[in-house]
Design a protein around this ligand. Structure first.
Ligand SMILES: Cc1cc2nc3c(=O)[nH]c(=O)nc-3n(C[C@H](O)[C@H](O)[C@H](O)COP(=O)(O)OP(=O)(O)OC[C@H]3O[C@@H](n4cnc5c(N)ncnc54)[C@H](O)[C@@H]3O)c2cc1C
Length: 439
């Protein structure tokens, strides 16, 4: 086992991990891990945009939309924090250079299901890629940050409920990372589903690791299915390509196989997905159809270039053809239980982003609230980490682990993490048993 020391260990290079690193004082040495390449994360795939509170008169409306979509199961304090701190974080992204769509120097806001009004900032239909590229290029250039790609973390190092880093498989050896503070930002669980819009490498590893240590995880039953994932047999990818909700926000209509409309397209995701499942059951067709052709080729190509060209590759011209879609696993509302500063049940162990459960989404996430949650709460975690870090002292560096792993052990523990998450999901969602992969 190779041992390294660092001040802060961040597991994940999606928006939650990167934004946390960016908000830490430069005097701290930060080690970041990604399981595959740094850009193989859900952040990179995000299309629609990021919700933001428009002004002080929008606070109640944005909170209501979030709580209504969440079936009122949300943590109200977390929702309030999300809404009130949304503007400052979007302004910061803007200043950092994320190329949001603008008109006369102001943001162009779009709408998605469940939102009362247009309040979503975006970069065409590649918002996540632009956010990732901007944050990654800044963080990568910071002298205090080291990013290790293809470094799969598989276990935590907990001593009397104090987290002192963990273990990963890196360059064919076990890397034992001793850290004063650890942030888990390892994303969702889509890789455990046969049908998901997520990156296949995202298998809930952080959640599995934490749960194996009996640190609290909650709301694992709250798993979101996105209503409109492309249904095609032409894709070679294991991942289902998403047709963003923003299409419906801009007027796309849903029809069943008989050409009839059957749902208000702008209702929250869970409602639209349930209506589609019902329609599929009724008609026997494997999909329903999304139609945006009435918007005209130029408009569509300009507003949704990624979706337009990706569909063309699959032989679907969305400027004239209907798009075959069906629901697909998309997002986990539950995860590692955290407070409003990302603190978990173990000392000096934080979690942020999709792997964490702040309670902000309740039973169903409102469209475009995920990237916002990552920003707001990973920045809060960074601020709290800088307070707790001083309590560790330097003695931690001499800590000798009593765990010794071979590479084979590392792979076996990784598998245990996946099995743990599958077990947790099966326990609370018997209906999803057949949707899960074998490990
Ligand atoms: C197709 C698609 C479109 C979306 N569109 C939107 C949108 O428009 N707006 C919105 O708000 N949300 C959207 N979402 C949701 C949003 O993108 C994600 O919830 C969000 O990006 C999660 O960010 P994150 O930093 O928590 O995790 P991710 O960005 O998924 O990053 C996870 C990181 O953890 C690392 N990791 C995982 N396991 C390990 C391990 N064992 N060891 C080391 N590293 C590990 C990965 O390598 C990766 O770097 C979309 C999601 C998808 C899939």
């Amino acid at each position: 086992m190779r041992k390294i020391n660092t001040d802060v260990l961040i597991v994940g290079t999606g928006v939650a991990g990167l934004y946390c690193a960016l908000n830490l004082n430069r005097k701290y040495h930060v080690t970041m891990l990604s399981k595959k390449s740094a850009d193989e994360c859900n952040t990179y795939l995000a299309q629609g945009g990021i919700s933001v509170c428009l002004n002080k008169f929008d606070v109640d409306s944005f909170m209501n939309d979030t709580m209504n979509a969440g079936m009122q199961l949300n943590d109200k304090d977390a929702v309030k924090t999300l809404v009130l701190e949304s503007m400052e974080n979007i302004d910061l992204l803007d200043r950092l250079g994320v190329p949001f769509n603008k008109i006369n120097n102001g943001f162009v806001y779009t709408k998605e299901g469940g939102h009362e009004k247009n309040r979503i900032v975006h970069c065409d239909d590649i918002t996540g890629k632009e956010v990732f590229n901007t944050l990654y290029s800044i963080v990568k250039s910071l002298p205090n940050v080291e990013i290790l790609e293809n470094a799969e973390m598989f276990d935590l190092n907990l001593v009397n409920n104090l987290c002192l880093g963990g273990y990963s498989i890196y360059e064919k050896e076990i890397l034992y990372i001793v850290a004063k503070i650890t942030l888990i930002a390892s994303g969702g669980v889509g890789g455990l589903f046969k049908n998901s819009t997520n990156q296949p490498c995202l298998t809930g590893d952080g959640i599995g690791m934490v749960n194996r240590e009996s640190i609290k995880v909650s709301s694992m039953e709250h798993i979101q299915f996105h209503p409109t994932a492309l249904l095609t047999d032409k894709s070679s990818s294991k991942r289902r390509f998403l047709i963003s909700e923003a299409l419906r926000g801009e007027g796309a209509l849903l029809h069943n196989s008989e050409g009839e409309r059957f749902v208000d397209e702008l209702l929250p995701r869970n409602v639209v997905a349930a209506a589609i499942f019902k329609e599929i059951g009724k008609t026997g067709s494997p999909c329903v159809y999304l139609d945006i052709s009435h918007k005209g080729r130029e408009n569509i190509r300009k507003r949704f270039p990624k979706i337009y060209f990706q569909c063309l590759e699959y032989g679907i011209d969305i400027a004239k053809d209907r798009i075959p879609v069906a629901p697909s696993q998309h997002y986990l509302m539950g995860g590692i239980s955290v407070d409003l500063f990302g603190r978990t049940g173990a000392n000096n162990l934080y979690a942020a982003g999709e792997c964490a459960c702040t309670g902000v989404h309740g039973g169903n996430r409102l469209a475009s609230n995920s990237l916002l949650e990552c920003l707001v709460f990973s920045r809060r975690a960074a601020s709290d980490m800088m307070k707790s870090i001083t309590s560790v002292g330097e003695a931690y560096k001499d800590y000798i682990s009593d765990k010794v792993f071979s590479i084979e052990d590392g792979h076996e523990v990784s598998r245990k993490n996946r099995l743990e998450v599958i077990r947790m999901i099966k326990e609370v969602r018997k209906d999803l048993e057949n949707e899960l992969v074998d490990c």
